[in-house]
Structures are given as structure tokens and as C-alpha cells.
Write a protein that binds this ligand. Sequence first.
Ligand code: PGA
Length: 255
Amino acid sequence: MRKRTPLIVGNWKMNKTRAQTLDYLNKFVKGVSGIASREIGVAPPFTSLVTASDALKGSNVKLCAQNVHWDESGQYTGEISPSMLKDYNVEYAIIGHSERRKFFGETNDSVNKRVKGALKSGLKVILCVGETKEERESGKTQNVVKSHLIGGLDGIGVQDLLKSIVIAYEPVWAIGTGLNATVEQAVEVHQFIRTTLDSIYGAGTSDKIRILYGGSVKPENIDGFMATADIDGALVGGASLEAESFTRIVDFKEV
Ligand code: PGA
């Protein structure tokens, strides 16, 4: 028996026009309609949110966003506010993805502001944490993951954490490389994340928090990840871009 409901989210990154979004979702929604006891989400680019929001109405697939700003409106060229996302029934916002940290100057501080802004508007958050190859090789994995957690969650109370936050452990070296972490590597860090959350929020807290794995998840390896008690789901990039392959991931087999 699982302690927590699995959550599988497809992060499309900067992919798909509106027509491609519609074509994909028509297939995907049908393919996963019979899947129960699992939470399913897709995070299209902002330009496809309108199309996706309509296509997902009445389905068991939740709409997610790839980022969100902390303020409700203002002079922030190129940003999207929490209430703009709520307008499209977005349920989760991914915050702190390593591509945002690497290419767009996202820091623990800006991640934390975005998390707070999202929670204020009632959006749920998928907070991404994870180390680079160099950091792993120099033995800094735990320090980095801990700093992403402490920084990202600064000032967030336990009620908000339990109600609205999911953590995604995404080792940067495994993202988009085809080289996934082994189940043992992922479990080791997931357990470290649970210990860290318990030390911040009190013993037993992490029992109620979902921690996803992300980084080259594919139809061939999802069953192995989901066979462990510590991994509660997946954040999937490349393999979520084809409806068939993402359907198989969402429909992972309990082994
Ligand atoms: P990937 O991306 O599945 O293509 O490795 C995962 C992510 O960036 O969330």
C-alpha cells in the first residue's frame, strides 16, 4: 500500500504550438482516462495554456505551469502572475527548475519569492532541487539539495508545506541526457530530502510530502522508480513530448 498518491507531470519545456498541443492532448486524455488513484499533470508553455485548459476540461489531467511570478501584476516584462494562471485552472506551478537556475539567473531567493507568491494565490508548487555533475563528483550533493530546500522553503509554514508543496529531485546531470540516476541514487537523495524536511518541520512531516524523481524518466525505467516506497512520482521532460510514451509512463506498472 502506498502512503501517498503518485503524481506524474509532463514538463514540455519550450515545445509545441497550439495545434500540436491540441493534437497531443486529444490522444493523451483518451489514453489515460481510465487511470485512477494517480494524479496526472501536463505543463505546456504559457502560449498553449488556453488551448490546454479547454482540452483538459472534464478530464483527469491537471494543468500545470512551468514557472510563475511572485506578484499579481506590475512592471515585470515577460512574466506571468499567479492569478493569470489560476484564470486557466492551473493547479501546479513548477518552480526552481534547473534550466531556470542555469539559463535565467534563478536563485534560491527568487525561487522562494515565487513559491510564496504561488501559495498566496492558492496555486500548488512543484519545487525542483538537484545537483550538477561537478557538485556530485565533488561530494556536494547533500549540501546543494539542502540549500535548495532551505532557500526555497524559507518562511513557508508546515500547513502550507503539507497542503500545497511537492518536491522534485532532479539531478541536473540526468536531465535531457538519457542518463537517468539509478534507483539507488534517487532513493538515497529522496531519503536525505525526507530527513532534511523532518529536521526543519518536525519528525514525521516528510511522511506526508510527495517527492518526485526527474531526469531521463522513460517508459523503460518508470516501473523501477515507482517500485520504491520513497519515490512518489515523476517529473518528465523529453519522454512526455509524445502522447504514447507519456501515457505508458503515467500507466506505470506496480511491480
Ligand atoms: P528529462 O527532463 O525527462 O528530459 O530529462 C526532466 C525535467 O527537466 O523535468
